[in-house]
Every structure is written in C-alpha cells, then in structure tokens.
Ligand binder design. Sequence first.
Ligand code: SAH
Length: 467
Amino acid sequence: MEYLPLFFDLQGQPVLLIGGGDIALRKARLLTRAGARVRLVSPEILPEVEQLVVEAAGEIIEARYRDEHLNGVRLVVAATDDDEVNQQVHTDAVAAGIPVNVVDNPPLCTFIFPAIVDRSPIVIGISSAGKAPVLARNLRAKLETLIPPRYAELASLVGRFRSAAKLKFDSVNKRRNFWERVLGGSVAERVFAGQTREAEELLLQQLHTADADHQVGEVYLVGAGPGDPELLTFKALRLMQQADVVMYDALVSAEVLDLCRRDADLIYVGKQRDNHAVPQQGINDLLVQHAKAGKRVVRLKGGDPFIFGRGGEELQQLKAAGVPFQVVPGITAASACSTYAGIPLTHREYSQSVKFITGQLKNRTSDLDFDELAGSRQTLVFYMGLHTIEKLSKGLIVAGKAKDTPVAIVSRGTRPDQQVLTGRLDQIAQLQQKAQLPAPALIIVGEVVELHQTLAWFGDNEPAPLP
Ligand code: SAH
C-alpha cells in the first residue's frame, strides 16, 4: 500500500487553499462540503470561488502566497499553475509539518485526494496512488451505479437505532447477526424504495420481536427483461445478487440467471407453452412457503412482471398469506424486440398508438375484438401469438385491415440468435410456416414495420427472403 486512506475531521478547521481558478473552485467545494474553513490565497480569484469561500465562513486573501499564510492551518492545497509557487508551498508545508497536496503533482504531495463516492455518512475514497486517476474515476462511476442513492438514508437510520440494538443484544455477534438481517432484508429495501417511515417502523418491530430464527422473508417479483442481461435494471441485479432462492421460468435467459447470487437455490418453475413444469397454484404455494421460512425469494419473470406475466395473481396470494413483497419492472418484450429490430412502435406519420395484445386465444377460438384492432394508424403487438398467427391475420383481414399491412415476427428478441421475419399480413402465416422461427416470438403489425429496413441495427440474422 503506497498511501494509507484516512478520513480527516475538518469541521471548523482552517485549511489553506492557494489558487483562485477552476481547479481551486473544485477543491474549495470539496473542502467546504467537509466543513473546513478555507483560507483562500491568490492574486486573482474567480467570483464563484470567492462567494463559495465567504459563504462557508472562510477567509479571502487577495495576494501572492507567503509562508505566513500557513499559520495555524491543518492542511494545505496548492491549485496554481505556477511551478515556483507550488514548489515553495510544498517546501514550506513540509518544513512546518503540515500535510500538503499540490494538484496533479504527486511528487509534491504528502497526501492525495481520492475519487469520492459520497453517501454521507458513508463515504468511499478510491485511490490509484496518483498513477491512474482516470481508472479510479471509472471505478467510482461503477460504484455510483451499484450503490443506491438512498444508502445515505439507510446509514442514518441504522445510526438512530444503534444504541437501542446495543441494549437489546449483549454480544457483538448477536448484534452483527441482527444488522446483517436488517441491512440485507426488507428494512433496507424499504429505504431504497423511498419508504423511510415504513422502514423505521419495520426496524422497530424487528428489534422488539428479534428472534433471528423466526422471521418472515420477502418476495421480490422481478422483471428480468427479454434476454439480453444488459437490459436488467440496477435494482433487479441487486436483488438477484442477494437472493436466497430464485424461482425462474423458461423466458429467463441463461445469461440473466448467471447473474444471480452464486449460492442461491435456483428453482425452475417451467412455463413453456402448454408445458407448465409447476402449475400456477404450485408456484404461488412455493413462494409463500420459502418466504415463511425466512428466505429472500426472487421470482424472476421474463420481460415485465405486470405484462402478461400473471404477476398480479402471485401478489394476491402473497398478500393473503401476509408475506411482504416488492415488484421491480422489467423491459417488456414489445419494447425490447421492436427496438432491437429497428421498428419504432409509434411514429408521427404512421402510428399514434400501440396495443399490447395476447395472441393466446381462450379455447383456441377467436375472442379478440378484431373490428377494433383493424383500425388504422395504430401498431399491434401480439404476445404469445406464434401458434395462432394464421387465425390472427385472418381475423384482422376479415375485419377490414389491408392485406398488405406490413408485419414482423421478432424471434428470440435481444438474444444472440434474434431473427426478424417480415412480410404482408396475408402472407405472414405462410412465411412463418416455412421459416419456422422459434419461440419466444413477438408479432408486430402496422406501417411502422416498414422502417425496419432502414433502422435495423442489431445482428444480421434475417432469414433469407423466400423465393
Ligand atoms: N412478461 C413478458 C411477457 C410474457 S408472455 C414480457 O413483459 O415480455 C410470453 C410472450 O412474450 C412470448 O410468447 C413472446 O410473445 C413474448 N416474448 C418474451 N420474450 C421474448 C423475446 N425475447 N423475444 C420475442 N418475444 C418474447
């Protein structure tokens, strides 16, 4: 380790900052955020810098640096482009035993500024020992996305209950167990969801009833998107990585599943067409059962849980059983497949609305309102329609939809083997009969499909045009 990371308490402490330009401004922001009283020395000072320092009860000295400016300060930061001044500041500070930083000049520093992720009171500093600041900043950007912005609130909440927990649990181990449960479970999730008051109540309740072995877990109904793992939300990923149990079905891609916590139990609950590995009631029961055993259960669903996902039914059951739950939306197939196929679902010229429709017809007979669907200037997206495509296209034509309306079938959208088949409404069933594109597949009907030719950008798996 070339540098020891330390956190300085600068509340109300004098810090010397030399320089009055943009770099000084950045440092002044940082120092005042940490409560320092900045003594700013420079012959020229930008008005923003001056204002900032004055508002934070600092001191402005419009002059060239002299060693007497060092009197009484805890830290020195030189942010000038004058090498001579920088060198002098360094020499004087070292002689006076005051930690010194010369911006962008590691040999003249006795301390360096890390890249900072601020979720005060949680603060993370990342340093590359001055060797690769860009790498440190990249890492910071990654951490920024991984750590929910409300981490700060979580830390304050824990702070408020720290003494109470200390009274309740007499050993460090017991306390650690308790906090691990709280911070990895529903209390933390409530905070991240913005429900701080509920989180506080829950924490209070858990503290009172704390018997670590008999607590109800929680179910997260998580939208896994259409297949490409990069289309997961941060929240989905976070919950997947802390799950004890993951229940998933056929629409969830292997790449997405791979991102679940390594030692989570993965349970396949089927759901390919007409082949329900576990029937819906069984799935509901399993969810309740695992949650009641205190587990954090992630129910992973393809696309969005509330779009043809029966998410509502599962939640009703959980509610009835008193199991707490949360829902995380996902990118639904219509949105993802159309995007990856270069088909905008709406367009100022061609289509002012879009309908998501199930193509799975009850009892396999037509029960869709084709008259309504045949209307012009709208886009139709059929889910689960691959096996009824002939009925669907006939129904639309009979209801008056033009025979040459363009149609696209997007098969295995967003996955490496995505294929797009396009054709006229009166021919698409036959084209698919020959092409046999595999499920899952989405059918898009409407003028916007024409744009596929010019806007497609993902993969070139288009099947060869038929003779
Ligand atoms: N909740 C899911 C939909 C479940 S219904 C969502 O929001 O996307 C199942 C249907 O979704 C499939 O029959 C198919 O029509 C569509 N589907 C899901 N993933 C797909 C994909 N990667 N490519 C094409 N269609 C997909």
